[in-house]
Design a protein around this ligand. Structure first.
Ligand SMILES: Cc1cc2nc3c(=O)[nH]c(=O)nc-3n(C[C@H](O)[C@H](O)[C@H](O)COP(=O)(O)OP(=O)(O)OC[C@H]3O[C@@H](n4cnc5c(N)ncnc54)[C@H](O)[C@@H]3O)c2cc1C
Length: 320
C-alpha cells in the first residue's frame, strides 16, 4: 500500500516545456506546485542539440541547456521539482474533490489540482543504425530540424498526413526529398497526396523500407529495401526524417480522462480543462497538431491560469 505523503495545491506531471511553464505560472500564483519529472527529465528537447526557433534565444540554444534554464526559472519561484514517475492516479469526479497520484508505486500525493504535461513520444523504426545516428542526422521533427538541411538531399519515412505535410515542408527547404512509403499507396488524404505529387523535388518510393542508415558520426546515406521484390539499393542523403507517428503518454489516465482514438487527451474548447474538474492538460499530450516547444509552453501557461481560476472559484464557494 502507498504511504500518503502530503496534500498539495497543484501537482504537475512532466518536466517538458509545458510542465515547467505551468510551474513558473503556478508558483508565481502561490500555488506551491510540486512537479514530478518522469523518466525523461527535461522532456523531448533533451534529445536534440540545437533549438533555433524558441523565441528569446537569438543565437539558438542547446536543447538540454534550455530545459535546465526552464527548471531553474520554475525553481526560482518556489516550484519543488522532484525526480519521480507518476505510476497511477485516482482522479476525483467532484468539483473541489481531491485527486490522488502514486509516485514510483510507493508514495501517494493528494492534490487539489493536477496539471498533466506528460508529452508524446515520437515513434522510431527501431533500427540500431537509426538509433546510433539520432541527433546526427536522424530526426523525428521536420519542422524543428529541416532548416539544418537547407539545399541538401534528405529522406522521409511515412505515408500518413503528417509525413506528407512534413515532406512538402522539407521540399521547400531541401534540394531533394525521397519519401519512403511502406505500402503500395499513401495513407494520407487525397488532398495531401496531391500536394506531395505536385512537388517536383519529392521522389516517392512505394513498398520501400529503410534497411540501414549509413554513416558513422552523421548520416551519409540509406540502404532501402523493396518489400515486394526484396531488392536493395543505396541513396546518398544527409538527413533522415522519421514521420511514422507519436504515442501520447496517457496510459495512466485511461478510463478516467477523455481521450481521442489515438490516446491524446481531450481538452474543452480553447481551455486546458479535461472532463474532470481540477484536472488540466497542456503540451503535446493534448496537441497532435502543432507539437512545438513554444506551443507546449503556451498551453502550460494556460493550464496554470485555468488551475488558479478553478481554485479561486472553489474557495469562493466554500466561503459563500
Ligand atoms: C528530436 C526532436 C527535436 C525537436 N526540436 C524542436 C525544436 O527545435 N523546436 C521546437 O519548438 N520543438 C522541437 N521539438 C518538439 C518539442 O520537443 C515538443 O513539442 C515539446 O518538448 C513538447 O513539450 P511537452 O512539455 O508537452 O512534453 P515533453 O517534452 O514530451 O515532456 C514530457 C515530460 O513528461 C514526463 N512524463 C511522462 N510520463 C510521466 C509520468 N507518468 N510521470 C511523470 N512524468 C512523466 C517526461 O519525463 C517528460 O519530462 C523536437 C522534438 C524532438 C523529438
Amino acid at each position: 500500500m502507498a504511504d500518503t505523503l502530503e496534500r498539495i495545491k497543484c501537482l504537475i506531471i512532466g518536466s517538458g516545456p509545458a510542465g515547467y511553464t505551468a510551474a513558473i505560472y503556478a508558483a508565481r500564483a502561490d500555488m506551491h506546485p510540486v512537479l514530478y519529472t518522469g523518466m525523461e527529465p527535461g522532456g523531448q528537447l533533451t534529445t536534440t542539440t540545437e533549438v533555433d526557433n524558441f523565441p528569446g534565444y537569438p543565437d539558438g540554444i542547446d536543447g538540454p541547456q534550455m530545459m535546465v534554464d526552464l527548471q531553474k526559472q520554475a525553481e526560482r519561484f518556489g516550484t519543488q521539482v522532484r525526480i519521480g514517475m507518476v505510476t497511477s492516479v485516482d482522479l476525483s469526479k467532484e468539483i473541489g474533490g481531491i485527486h490522488k497520484a502514486t509516485i514510483d508505486n510507493a508514495t501517494e500525493v493528494e492534490a487539489e489540482t493536477v496539471i498533466i504535461s506528460t508529452g508524446a513520444t515520437a515513434k522510431y523504426l527501431g533500427l540500431p543504425s537509426e538509433q546510433k545516428l539520432r541527433g546526427g542526422g536522424v530526426s523525428a521533427c521536420a519542422v524543428c530540424d529541416g532548416f539544418f538541411y537547407r539545399g541538401q538531399e534528405v529522406a522521409i519515412v511515412g505515408g500518413g498526413d503528417t509525413a506528407a505535410e512534413e515532406a512538402t515542408y522539407l521540399a521547400n527547404i531541401c534540394s531533394k526529398v525521397t519519401m519512403l512509403v511502406r505500402g503500395d499507396e499513401m495513407r494520407a488524404s487525397k488532398a495531401m497526396q496531391h500536394r506531395v505529387t505536385n512537388c517536383e523535388n519529392i521522389e516517392l518510393r512505394y513498398n520501400s523500407e529503410v534497411d540501414e542508415v549509413l554513416g558513422e558520426q552523421v548520416v551519409e546515406g540509406l540502404r532501402i529495401k523493396n518489400n515486394k521484390t526484396g531488392e536493395s539499393d543505396e541513396i546518398a542523403i544527409t538527413g533522415l526524417f522519421i514521420a511514422i507517428g507519436h504515442k501520447p503518454n496517457t496510459e495512466i489516465f485511461k478510463d478516467q480522462l477523455e481521450m481521442d482514438s489515438t490516446g491524446y487527451l481531450i481538452t474543452e474548447g480553447k481551455s486546458t480543462k479535461t472532463n474532470l474538474p481540477g484536472v488540466f492538460a497542456c503540451g503535446d499530450v493534448q496537441d497532435k497538431e502543432y507539437r512545438q516547444a513554444v506551443t507546449a509552453a503556451g498551453t502550460g501557461c494556460m493550464a496554470a491560469l485555468d488551475a488558479e481560476r478553478y481554485l479561486a472559484t472553489i474557495e469562493k464557494e466554500v466561503t459563500a
